[in-house]
Design a protein around this ligand. Structure first.
Ligand code: BGC
Length: 380
């Protein structure tokens, strides 16, 4: 190969790598690196206050940034897409220096992100990946595929098909199960459901697990906006359509504690949890306090804990790196393709919580107090 060609290749690569840095990331825009924290504002856009985790996320990000002296504009969008678009638009016009966004619909913010890129504002996608835009600079989240694997595994453990250490359990089945997934417009849903189904499939194929309703596609099992009432309705319909022949549901795959509580209410209203009609094994996610009480009381079987305090730390680290014109530290640069590019990510670990784990994982770490667990309510 000629030397001239190599030089040309080298400068093309340099141009490419510079272009990769210019999506509002380090090295572009107003120089924020010599400004004082008090002169810098971080816009934080959260989806909803109906779920406890987003309140915890919002508060944690805000207080950690404020502790470092930054100004914070925290907004909740009431799970309404136009409201979130409007709030982000406003953050941009009011001169935010960095945006941290947990999107309601992962594809609905492209024009806002374009405006952010034009104004050289770095965008950090928080927990849920924003799709279809090149103007996402960083992603902080948990290992979402592993969340799904943990939920599938927890269903198998709850049914006694596996032991907690992963070895084969003593139960034989067959068991009737039903499947629930989250909102299809949330990029995480495919990872949660995919991880869970990869884990359950061998048992379904072997006939040990039977989805009696035959509803198994993401479209059939999804829950728009992750709503508890929607899940309750669907569980009621499933009980009427598929279990009015005297058969019983033994397990329900649920991706989120709010959905789990809707499912449990439908089951209890149909007489489950009384006498010989045991409640099925129901999984969850987020370690919401109402569900931790249910797990402690033996009503819900498990949840997946994602420590929102650690996620907030990573969002703060990434925001600070961008403000100092540096690249945030990623630990995954392969997994999260948003349809336009692979977004560099920092992914945090997760933990399954059964009744036995409540003390060590949640109380000893200061996430919930023993009193809160007993009451099923967060102390303000
Ligand atoms: C989050 C979950 C949460 C769900 C519903 C997902 O994007 O990753 O933690 O349970 O949204 O709010």
């Amino acid at each position: 190969m000629s030397r001239k060609f190599l030089v040309a290749l080298g400068s093309a690569a340099l141009a490419l790598s510079l272009a990769a840095c210019s999506g509002g990331g380090a090295g572009s825009g107003d120089d924020t690196s010599d400004k004082k924290p008090g002169d810098l504002t971080i816009g934080v856009s959260m989806p909803t206050q109906t779920s406890e985790r987003w309140i915890a996320d919002g508060n944690a990000v805000k207080s950690k940034l404020e502790a470092k002296g930054y100004k914070v504009d925290l907004q909740y969008a009431g799970d309404d897409i136009p409201t979130q678009s409007q709030q982000v638009d406003q953050m941009i016009t009011q001169g935010a220096d960095v945006l941290v966004i947990a999107a309601i619909d992962g594809t609905a913010l492209s024009s806002q992100l374009q405006a952010a890129a034009s104004a050289k504002i770095p965008v950090i996608s928080y927990d849920r990946l924003i799709r279809g835009s090149k103007d996402v600079d960083f992603y902080v989240s948990f290992d979402n595929y592993k969340v799904g694997v943990a939920q599938g595994t927890a269903l198998l453990v709850g049914l006694g098909l596996l032991n907690k250490d992963g070895s084969k359990g003593t139960a034989k089945g067959p068991f009737n199960i039903e499947l629930f997934a989250g909102s299809l417009d949330d990029n995480n849903t495919q990872y949660f459901f995919g991880g869970a189904m990869d884990t359950l499939k061998p048992f379904v194929d072997a006939g040990t697990l039977k989805v009696k309703s035959k509803q198994t596609t993401p479209e059939q099992v999804a829950t728009l906006r992750w709503q508890q009432e929607t899940a309750q309705k669907r569980m009621e319909n499933l009980l009427t359509s598929s279990y009015n022949d005297g058969s019983k549901v033994d397990g329900v795959l649920s991706p989120y504690d709010g959905i789990s509580r809707g499912i449990i209410t439908a089951l209890q209203n149909a007489g489950y949890g009384k006498g010989a009609k045991k409640l099925p094994v129901v999984t969850g996610q987020d370690a919401e306090i109402a569900s931790i009480k249910l797990i402690n009381d033996g009503v819900q079987s498990s949840t997946v804990f994602k420590d929102t305090r650690l996620l907030a730390d990573q969002a703060v680290n990434a925001a600070e790196a961008f403000l100092q014109k540096k690249e945030p530290q990623a630990n995954d640069t392969k997994t999260y393709n948003n349809g336009v590019k692979v977004v560099p990510a920092y992914l945090l670990p997760i933990a399954t919580v059964y009744k036995d784990d409540i003390k060590a994982t949640l109380i000893d770490s200061g996430y919930w107090t023993a009193e809160e667990v007993a009451a099923g309510q967060a102390k303000k």
